[in-house]
Design a protein around this ligand. Structure first.
Ligand code: SF4
Ligand code: MG
Length: 328
């Protein structure tokens, strides 16, 4: 039940008014060991804030995050230190995430020394192993990030994350800055690592087709709430929340002869500074009833391990997204 609100200044006639960004508004989520879960939603939905809160990088307003017995939200130093040794993050911008002054091998060695206390004489070998694991030539250890492509830099970022031997990796839009063909290679790498290493991965992305390929489960966020959550194939085959249905309908058309499964998304999401009353999706929802404007936001209901936060029964939604490509 994590709530995360933070004040921002600016706006108003003098630019002095203080307002509150309501980034997370009661998020509950369980990630099980060995599971890959995708967090999707438009920008401003709170995906990145949730990912950072999971790793203790944001102070929550209320609610709790626990990780393998650690109270992430306690703010206690020993909890955060343990968390740093057992989790890792892969960032969006692979070039900027690496220190330009450090050679690739040094950047990985730093993690091995700080988090794993690997003795100096073993570091070179471990760096080579990690580079091999992410599909890079170990000879790249002597290069600086500027000499690498974006895709190679992201592989180094993943090698640095794996160097921690983390129990949990959070990847935030980690392929969004890459060319489409390179994106595919990085996703294949994650699929490969998932099979070989039993990764537990929280994969934040706005690209639904990537999440469909990679993730076992998916959680759909809208304005700081999870509005749908379930097994990936179930969610894509038969979405239960009108927002998810519209998101899926917004995926670029593959076969123009097959009709649209639902009305694609209308309009822009409202600002997290100014949440609508009632169901937060009501201003854009084609199925909104009068009570959706006034009643408290619907809570997640579950059937068959697949939850949705809408007053409607999913049978109200149009047939499933037949025109989606198969996730192969
Ligand atoms: Fe639409 Fe109402 Fe369901 Fe919200 S609760 S998604 S407004 S039908
Ligand atoms: Mg983000």
């Amino acid at each position: 039940d994590v709530v995360l609100h933070f004040p921002v200044s600016g706006g108003g006639p003098l630019g002095l008014s203080r307002r509150t960004v309501k980034a997370l508004n009661g998020v509950s989520l369980t990630v099980r060991p060995g599971e890959t879960i995708g967090i999707v939603g438009e920008s401003g939905s709170g995906k990145s804030t949730l990912g950072r809160a999971l790793l203790g990088l944001e102070e929550v307003t209320s609610g709790h995050v626990t990780f393998d017995g650690i109270d992430v939200t306690s703010g206690r130093r020993q909890d955060l230190v343990r968390l740093r040794h057992e989790t890792a993050m892969v960032f969006q911008d692979p070039m900027n995430a690496l220190n330009p002054r450090l050679r690739v091998g040094e950047a990985i060695a730093e993690v091995l020394r700080v988090h794993k206390k690997v003795p100096t004489k073993r570091i070179g070998q471990r760096v080579a192993e990690l580079l091999g694991l992410v599909g890079l030539d170990p000879a790249l250890a002597s290069r600086r990030p500027q000499a690498l492509s974006g895709g190679q830099c992201q592989r180094v970022g993943i090698a640095r994350a794996l160097a921690v031997e983390p129990k949990l990796i959070v990847a935030d839009e980690c392929v969004a800055a890459l060319d489409v063909s390179i994106q595919g290679q990085i996703i294949n790498l994650f699929i490969d690592l998932k099979e070989r290493m039993d990764l537990t991965l929280v994969f934040i992305a706005h690209d639904l087709s990537i999440v469909r390929r990679l993730c076992d489960r998916v959680a759909v966020m809208y304005l700081g709430r999870i509005v749908e959550e379930g097994p990936t194939e179930a969610v894509f085959a038969a979405p239960r929340h009108p927002y998810t249905a519209a998101l899926i309908a917004s995926i670029p058309e593959i076969d123009p002869d097959i009709p649209l499964p639902a009305a694609p998304m209308q309009g822009e999401p409202p600002s997290p500074l100014d949440l609508p009353a009632g169901c937060p999706f009501h201003p854009r929802c084609p199925y909104a009833e009068p009570q959706c404007r006034t009643d408290p936001p619907p809570t997640l209901r579950r059937r068959d391990n697949h939850g949705w936060a809408c007053i409607l029964d999913p049978s109200h939604l149009p047939p499933p997204a037949t025109r989606l490509p198969n996730a192969t």
